[in-house]
Design a protein around this ligand. Structure first.
Ligand code: FRU
Length: 496
């Protein structure tokens, strides 16, 4: 196998990608050039532009033989498609180029670090996979794999580590020490999820430093796609615990996206965990990756899909898989706060405002409709007539709707996409326990063609969801049950 696979992918996407019209895609969410997308990779700022790569199979709308797709942007919202950046070409990555990250190398090149997955036949004649960490250097368009790949192998892990599950390096540079660090997802032989830390003086020779945290067999068998950053006085380690059992209102059964909040001691390289929480309470959120913008913000995007629906491609789709809107991260009381990046404000059109609208029966407001929106609804108690439940329906017509219901009894926010155009029996409901504010709740809905992201109480919680309702279903309605509410509404159409 040679780099031919990359040339083939580039030729394929040039031909078939151009046949997908803008009208077939979301307005402001990233989709693959053609075919399949999962995790965001290599989210970075290089040579005056934001770069975003993604797990990519151009040839079909299902997961297979991972490549890296590539986009660039000046504002994190308007993305230009570049040719695919990486394809399998070597023995060590013959099964696929799995997730990874990017940084600028000391000599000014764009460095990608990824997991190479090798498929080989073991002594018993069975197929096995081996995951190692590999480098590729480039100019922002074309990348060349490092001749001495891989640079990190499972043999460098401490005894008792799994050699099959070791992937998704997230790299950064510690200025003070002049050293590169990478946090990598791992698992133990006892099937316990873990995150391990490696370091290098020069990007080429790496050593194992420490195991930052483990699940104690309580949080899945493997932790994929870790990240590490500090906000305020808290260090956050996003992880993906695979195959969990449900836990209270915090974690659903299956693969979760969680964050560990605590303190990472930069001298001893130990992490003291204070809390573990969900990053997003919606149905469709996985594999987040963050970066630091030149103006000092921490911005994160993620694959807006649950792995559970990866074989549920809508019939006739030419692409499958979207990324969330990039989110600005901050910390409040140890919580990870997420807000849509402020750059979205430049794309807001046709503002419509309503103040203090009394809502009881189903209410529609003139000008409040559409499928590409930034819509903020502040729900407040209507004096003594306080509601018990408040529902917003979006993507609505006579047959379909997607609903968001706030139930005061247990301060629970419910999302329901049962009537949102799916023709598969898939997960349709999720709930999130939100902070009780005595009947007041602030909901910012980022609606786009095939998705609804719900930012609750100024980013304290988020619920991200995809929908496949026909686009003509663009109605929005409000209803209070068991009493009344008063709402303020701020609506903008998003046009790119
Ligand atoms: C997460 C993940 C990663 C892996 C990639 C493969 O969704 O499973 O762990 O690198 O996807 O596409």
């Amino acid at each position: 196998m040679t780099t031919d696979l990359l040339a083939k992918a580039r030729a394929y996407e040039a031909k078939y990608g151009s046949r997908i019209t803008d009208a077939e895609r979301p307005v402001y969410h990233v989709t693959p050039t053609v075919g399949w997308l999962n995790d965001p990779n290599g989210f970075s700022y290089f040579d005056g532009k934001y770069h975003l790569f993604y797990q990519y199979n151009p040839y079909s709308t299902t997961w297979n033989t991972m490549h890296w797709g590539h986009l660039v942007s000046e504002d994190l919202l308007h993305w230009k498609r570049l040719p695919a950046a990486l394809a399998p070409s070597e023995k060590y990555d013959n099964f696929g180029i799995f997730s990874g990250s990017a940084i600028t190398s000391p000599d000014g090149r764009h460095l990608l670090i990824y997991t190479g997955v090798e498929e080989f036949e073991n002594e018993d004649g069975n197929c096995e996979l081996r995951q190692t960490q590999c480098l590729a250097f480039g100019d922002g368009v074309d990348y060349v794999k490092y001749e001495n790949n891989p640079v990190i192998t499972p043999e460098m892990l401490p005894e008792g580590s799994s050699t099959a599950d070791f992937r998704d390096p997230k790299i950064w540079y510690e200025e003070k020490e002049g050293l590169y660090y990478a946090i990598i997802g791992a698992s133990t032989e006892e099937n316990d999820g873990a995150v391990v830390l490696f370091r290098s003086p020069d990007l080429y020779s790496w050593e194992y430093v420490s195991t930052l945290d483990k699940g104690g067999n309580d949080y899945g068998y493997m932790w994929e796609c870790p990240d590490l950053f500090r906000l305020g006085d808290t260090d956050f380690i996003p992880i993906l615990p695979m195959k969990m059992v449900a836990k209270g209102n915090e974690f659903h059964a299956g693969n979760n996206a969680a964050y560990l909040a605590g303190i990472y001691d930069r001298e001893t390289h130990t992490f003291t965990r204070k809390a573990i929480r969900s990053i997003d309470y919606g149905i469709d959120f996985y594999a987040p990756q963050s970066m630091a913008t030149p103006d000092g913000r921490r911005v994160m995007t993620a694959w807006m899909q649950t792995p559970e629906t990866m074989h549920r491609t809508p019939p006739g789709a030419k692409w499958f898989g979207q990324l969330t809107i990039p989110r600005e991260l901050s910390e409040k009381d140890g919580l990870l706060i997420q807000r849509p990046i402020r750059e979205i404000e430049a794309y807001r059109k046709d503002p419509v405002y309503y103040d203090e609208v009394f809502v009881k029966e189903c209410t529609r407001l003139t000008g409040v409709e559409g499928r590409s929106l930034d819509l903020t609804v502040r729900v407040k108690p209507a004096g003594d007539a306080l509601y018990q439940k408040f529902t917003i329906k979006v993507a609505e017509d006579e047959e379909f709707y997607t609903s968001i219901t706030y139930d005061l009894a247990d301060s629970m926010l419910y999302f329901d996409r049962t009537y949102s155009g799916f023709m598969y029996y898939i997960i349709s409901e999720r709930k999130a326990h939100v902070r009780d504010r005595g009947g007041e709740i602030l909901l910012r809905l980022m609606i786009d063609t095939f998705s609804v992201e719900i930012f609750v109480n100024d980013g304290e919680q988020v619920m991200s969801n995809t929908i496949y309702t026909r686009q003509s279903a663009d109605g929005i309605s409000f209803e209070a049950v068991g009493g009344a509410a008063v709402i303020d509404v701020e609506k903008y159409t998003i046009e790119m």
